[in-house]
Structures are given as structure tokens and as C-alpha cells.
Design a protein around this ligand. Structure first.
Ligand code: TXA
Ligand code: MG
Length: 322
């Protein structure tokens, strides 16, 4: 099957209310027609995801996005102009055409135009926006290859559009434009200063309360491999693997991660998926360097290690100064 044929087949499934996993530049998404409530319900079932988690709606153009929001503030125009297609999600006031199940009953919707050509072709060919969380079971590690999706979701997905390994590798930055100042709800590889350069000051989103759930990504143990992850300290016992940036440690297996944030983001989940399958007792990760371009990586590793996302975090190890 050529890519073109695969996209046409996948678009047909979408129009029938079925589920298609598709590549984006960040991670693979588990997509359904965002305007079809029954199709979206299947996403929740396939992921084992609680209904209070809103999902991102993927579009193929600014025009399509504008039709799904009741306001298109000038910050949205500026950011979409700079970062779309790309790994930035904008939360805006939602249009009534989007069923409540997509947004977990919120009156806002998260919109993103991905840059992967197959994602854009799929949306255009299907002719509808795609609701799509990451294509993994709830709380598991996000997939960055079609093989990860196959292993994680198996028969629960009707078709996987294979676009090779993803290039950004970390989920999109989520920014709400419904507050003043705008709030960064989830860090991604589009960093806070990247955004502030275009629209001025942005606040860091608070931890979600028990009732409202602005960010499912903020659940405990989200983005985790099955193997326990420890951050920045050598575990007491067992056989493990170390992920490190600079200095080597005593360990059973060591994986050196790239020293540059973008390259590290691209490799991180793939490396964790691989180590997870090797059956270690633990995975220890060197605390990532400081700096805005590392914020998304530090965030995901902190969640995997369980030191971010608790109501009362015990404190996050500072990067060592070496
Ligand atoms: O890179 C990505 O964003 C990937 C690919 C597939 O596009 N998708 C992804 O989706 O990571 P998911 O469902 O795993 O994460 C959705 C994020 C959550 O952090 C959630 O807080 C936020 O989007 N979100 C969705 N709707 C929202 C809303 N109405 N208000 C606030 N946050 C929202
Ligand atoms: Mg996810």
C-alpha cells in the first residue's frame, strides 16, 4: 500500500466513525472524527481513559481552527502564524459543533495543526477535524513509532498509518488563551520564551484541582514506562539502566542521551520504550540540564519518576552543576 492509498483508506474509516492511529511530529495520535460523539467515545474505551480528560482537536488549516472556536484572539493569530503547523496547542472558547465528550464538558477546546504530512493529508482527506490523544493506554508511555502503537493498543485500533519515527518526540506545548495572562498548561518543545517573544508574558498553569481537569497530562504517573524510574540518584538495589547526559555512572547498562534538548526530546520515549522492554528493575535518569528548552523533558521525566504531579511534590532534584 502506498502512503496515498493508506491515507485514503484511513480517511474512509474516520468518516465511518472508526479509530485510526496516525503520526504527528510529536507522538502518534489515536484519532476519530471530532464531530462524531460515538466515535470519540471509542477513543476513551480504547485508551482506558477517564471521561474527565479533554482531548486535542487536530486541524489542517487556520481556517478549520477558526470554525471550531467562537473567538480567535490576536494572540491566536500571532502564534498560529509563527508555530503552525507545529507542536503548539492553543486552548480557546469552543464552538457548539464540538460535542461535549471531546472537551470533557469544558466550554473550551484545545486546537492544534500538526506538521506531519500524513497527519495533514489524513485530516484533509477525511474532511473533518480529528480528536486525538496520544495513541497509548492511559498512563502509559506515549508512542513515537507505529510499532509502539501496535504493541500498546493492538486490536483496539482499526488502522495504524505508519509515518516512521516521530521527529519532535515529546507532546505539544499546551497554552490557554482563555485567561489573562495566557497560561502554559503543559510544557513542550515550543518553550515559554518562544511563546513570550510573540505575545508577551505567559503564566505557568497551576496544578489542576480535584474537580476541574484542565490537563490530563498532569495525572500522577502519566508518561511512565512500566519499569520504575528514579531521577538523579542511584537506586539501592536491583539491576538497572542509567540514562545520562554527561558523566558515566556505575550501572548495568548506560544510555547516553544527546546533549542538545531537541535531539534528546526526539530520542527520549523511544529509549524509554526500549529499556522498558529489556526488563530492568529500575531505570535511573540523570536530572536534565536547566533552561527553558529542557523544561518539557524535565517535566516528563519528573512525572515518570513520580516527583511531579503529586499534590505535594517532595521536591525535584536540582540539576548538578557539572
Ligand atoms: O503532541 C500532542 O499534543 C499529542 C499529539 C497526538 O497531537 N497529543 C496529546 O494528547 O498529547 P493528550 O490527550 O495525550 O493530551 C492532551 C492535552 C492535555 O494535557 C490536556 O490538558 C490538554 O491537552 N487539553 C485538552 N483540552 C483541553 C482544554 N479544553 N482545556 C485545557 N487543556 C486541554
Ligand atoms: Mg497522552
Amino acid at each position: 500500500m502506498t502512503d496515498r492509498e493508506a491515507v485514503r483508506y484511513a480517511a474512509g474509516l474516520i468518516r465511518q466513525g472508526r479509530l485510526v492511529a496516525f503520526p504527528t511530529e510529536t507522538v502518534y495520535g489515536l484519532g476519530a472524527n471530532a464531530l462524531d460523539e460515538r466515535a470519540v467515545r471509542r477513543i476513551f474505551e480504547a485508551k482506558g481513559r477517564p471521561p474527565e480528560s479533554p482531548m486535542i482537536v487536530h486541524v489542517a488549516s487556520v481556517e478549520m481552527a477558526r470554525g471550531l472556536a467562537i473567538e480567535w484572539p490576536r494572540q491566536a493569530a500571532a502564534l498560529a502564524g509563527r508555530w503552525w503547523p507545529g507542536p503548539l496547542t492553543l486552548v480557546l472558547r469552543k464552538h457548539f459543533s464540538i460535542p461535549g465528550i471531546v472537551t470533557a464538558g469544558l466550554d473550551t477546546v484545545a486546537l492544534r495543526m500538526p506538521s506531519h504530512p500524513l497527519a495533514l493529508e489524513l485530516i484533509r482527506e477525511a474532511g473533518v477535524p480529528l480528536a486525538a490523544p496520544s495513541a497509548n493506554r492511559f498512563t502509559e508511555l506515549s508512542p513515537t513509532t507505529a510499532e509502539h502503537v501496535r504493541r500498546g493498543l493492538g486490536e483496539r485500533v482499526d488502522f495504524i498509518l505508519d509515518g516512521g519515527p516521530t521527529t519532535v518526540g515529546i507532546e505539544s506545548t499546551v497554552l490557554s488563551l482563555t485567561t489573562v495572562p495566557p497560561q502554559l498548561l503543559r510544557p513542550g518543545m515550543v518553550s515559554r520564551p518562544d511563546i513570550e517573544a510573540w505575545i508577551g508574558p505567559v503564566e505557568l498553569g497551576g496544578r489542576p484541582g480535584a474537580a476541574a481537569h484542565p490537563s490530563p497530562g498532569m495525572h500522577d504517573r502519566h508518561y511512565s514506562p512500566r519499569t520504575p524510574v528514579v531521577l538523579g540518584s542511584l537506586p539501592g538495589s536491583g539491576r538497572g539502566a542509567w540514562l545520562y547526559w554527561r558523566q558515566p555512572f556505575e550501572a548495568a547498562r548506560m544510555v547516553k542521551l544527546p546533549e542538545e534538548a531537541a535531539a534528546c526530546g526526539a530520542d527520549l520515549y523511544r529509549t524509554l520504550h526500549e529499556l522498558d522492554r529489556e526488563g530492568w528493575d529500575w531505570i535511573a535518569v540523570e536530572t536534565p540540564p536547566d533552561g527553558p528548552q529542557w523544561a518539557a523533558i524535565a517535566d516528563r521525566l519528573g512525572r515518570a519518576a513520580g516527583v511531579i504531579g503529586r499534590p505535594d511534590p517532595p521536591g525535584y532534584n536540582e540539576p548538578d552543576s557539572s
